[in-house]
Write a protein that binds this ligand. Structure first.
Ligand code: NOJ
Length: 496
């Protein structure tokens, strides 16, 4: 999610009315839960070169505020997204997540959708204000019950749950009391919440992501004012917000390990700033590696290294956040895996004869994009991001915690969604992911964003990221052509 004001206005116009079309979606693409066809099997038997590694995890991902709805049910507290989405003009069509996909009530149906496309894992987020309506203090048992039901349903259907503890829906009370991520109190509260959740679900959930997309909920939310709570702090404030966010991660990791009921694995889900060598020469590849370390210095790099890079400290100067060595140690707590959300090449890079050793090449004016204006198509990012993460920090397990694309999905006269654009996107990105796995880069799994169309933050329901099409009037889910594609890939574990 990398919105920017200029283009979002253009899109508000371009997409006018899309979400309101009440077309009855007809289930035309056969996504039944059946064993791979002999054709699929033959394909995978014949073409070993196109196989992904054994036990590769094929999953889908969503986040609480984007899919659950039921915002006032069973004692849930208010989040900053409830508040922000109600401010007129902030969200396309003034949409909000009050109902979203109503997954809170339809989770059983949605687990069947996952099963129908052979998704063996599901990355979902837990809504902090459902668990602690007041951020800390007395938990709300009914909130936890929902996740218990969901987890049990997933396990009963052979789908492995991967839980994200924070996907942007901060309890409003923390914003009001402390300024949200501007305060270390929020980091402490996160660790308390993470402790409670881990105690309650670690008998069944073995994989955790602490927080999702730091850059989005720090810089875009507190610096550029584009996401909730929509603040535009000066640079010093942004550095402090970033520091508090990574501190929450470190404190969370430590607390979770202490209370886990059985062995668990913990990582982050970070929208790494990707650096892709513009031409794959040895010099440019070295430059891309240096760039990756520096461009992520305030977030992923400090989580991996437990220190801020010299260049980052120098560039912050007097605006540097308040931090201690002890905090840095926590922030650098060892992880079991690194999750990266990869959508595009943030930067093309080449070697340069300067102090940094690299220079960034701006995207050309006509670089093609998907429906989200920020989304420049660059499949090779799905090769370079995991490769450079592995090489920089000797990471043993990488997950692609998000990849996918937004489209506007027109229905055919017969009510089908033939999203050849998403299929094209997937073929090209997965080709690059496959390239990574064949070179031994330890990518353990891929989570497609998203299972189904959902509340796309400031774009509301106007941009669709799902493998399943959502009719927002009837809440009927219909598989798109891309669901069929995903099913074929996942069931055969083969690049198709
Ligand atoms: C990243 C975010 O984690 C997710 O919430 C968002 O919907 C997708 N990218 C697409 O923008």
């Amino acid at each position: 999610m990398r919105p920017n004001n200029e283009t979002s206005r253009r899109d508000f116009i371009k997409l006018g009315g899309t979400a309101a079309i009440g077309l009855s979606a007809i289930n035309l693409i056969g996504c039944k839960n059946e064993a791979p066809s002999s054709e699929e099997k033959n394909h995978s038997q014949v073409d070993h070169n196109r196989k992904f590694p054994d036990n590769f995890v094929w999953g889908t991902a969503t986040a609480a505020y984007q899919v659950e709805g039921a915002v006032k049910e069973d004692g849930r507290g208010v989040s900053i997204w409830d508040t922000y989405s109600k401010i007129p003009g902030k969200i396309m069509h003034n949409d909000n997540g009050d109902v979203a996909c109503d997954m809170y009530h339809r989770y059983k149906e949605d687990v069947q959708l996952m099963k129908s496309i052979y998704a063996g894992a599901y990355r979902f987020s837990i809504s902090w204000p459902r668990i602690f309506p007041n951020a800390t203090g007395a938990p709300n048992p009914k909130g936890l019950d929902f996740y218990n039901r969901l987890i049990d349903e997933l396990l009963a259907n052979g789908i492995t749950p991967y839980a994200t503890l924070y996907h942007w829906d901060l309890p409003q009370i923390l914003q009001d009391k402390y300024g949200g991520w501007q305060s270390k109190e929020t980091a402490k509260a996160f660790a308390e919440y993470a402790t409670y959740v881990t105690e309650k679900i670690s008998d069944r959930v073995k994989h955790y992501f602490t927080l999702n997309e730091f850059y989005s909920f720090t810089d875009l939310s507190y610096g550029l004012g584009q996401l909730a709570p929509g603040l535009k702090l000066p640079q010093k404030g942004i550095y402090q917000v970033r520091h508090n966010a990574v501190l929450a991660h470190g404190m969370g990791v430590q607390a979770m390990r202490q209370v886990a009921k059985s062995p668990i694995e913990i990582g982050v889900a970070e929208n790494i700033v990707t650096a892709v060598p513009v031409i794959e020469t040895k010099k440019n590849i070295d430059a891309a590696k240096k760039a990756t370390r520096e461009l992520n210095a305030g977030l992923l790099t400090v989580m991996m290294e437990g220190k801020y890079t010299d260049n980052y400290l120098k560039s912050m100067g007097a605006d540097a956040p308040e931090f201690t060595d002890e905090e840095l140690k926590l922030i650098g707590s060892p992880l079991d895996f690194v999750g990266i959300n990869v959508y595009f090449a943030n930067n093309y890079v080449q070697a340069a004869d300067n102090e940094a050793g690299y220079e960034l090449i701006p995207h050309a004016k006509d670089h093609p994009t998907m429906a989200s204006p920020w989304h420049r198509i660059s499949p090779e990012s799905l090769y370079w991001a995991p490769k450079l993460v592995k090489e920089l920090w000797n990471v043993k397990q990488v997950y692609i915690t998000e990849n996918g694309c937004g489209t506007t999905d027109e229905l055919t006269n017969e009510g089908k969604i033939l999203d050849t654009d998403r299929v094209m996107f997937l073929k090209n990105y997965l080709t690059q992911l496959h390239r990574a796995t064949t070179e031994g880069i330890p990518v353990k799994g891929y989570f497609h964003w998203s299972l189904m169309d959902n509340f796309e933050w400031i774009y509301g329901y106007g941009i669709r990221f799902g493998l399943f099409y959502m009719n927002y009037k009837t809440l009927e889910r219909t598989p798109k052509l891309s669901a069929e594609y995903f099913k074929n890939v996942a069931s055969s574990n083969t690049l198709l």
